[in-house]
Design a protein. Structure first.
Length: 101
């Protein structure tokens, strides 16, 4: 459901849409269930999804996640979002044994 503009934080997250056909969109739902009303849609190449929480829902293999994207809050099925994996080049590893200050 769209967040009122006065309350919109513009919060960006690390999650992105995955496993959605290029010509399709990921539905944002009002509650964590596939039959819940659609309150928004994220394009197949959407990113910057902020996830507040994920929870197991009876009848589903994976979790549903409460999220925000472009000032729209709601629920998406976790199978269709992913957090980019950190790569080795993302971190600088210090040689603690030979550490100099």
């Amino acid at each position: 459901m769209p967040v009122p503009q006065s309350q919109c934080t513009g919060r960006k997250g690390a999650f992105a849409v995955t496993g959605v056909a290029a010509d399709d969109r990921l539905n944002i739902r009002s509650s964590p269930h596939g039959d819940a009303p659609v309150t928004g849609k994220i394009p197949a190449n959407g990113s910057g999804i902020h996830v507040y929480e994920c929870r197991k829902v009876s009848g589903y293999t994976r979790e549903w996640c409460r999220m925000e994207w472009n000032c729209t809050e709601g629920w998406v099925y976790s199978r269709y979002i992913s957090e980019p994996a950190a790569t080795a080049s993302s971190y600088r590893v210090a040689d603690v044994e030979n550490w100099e200050s």
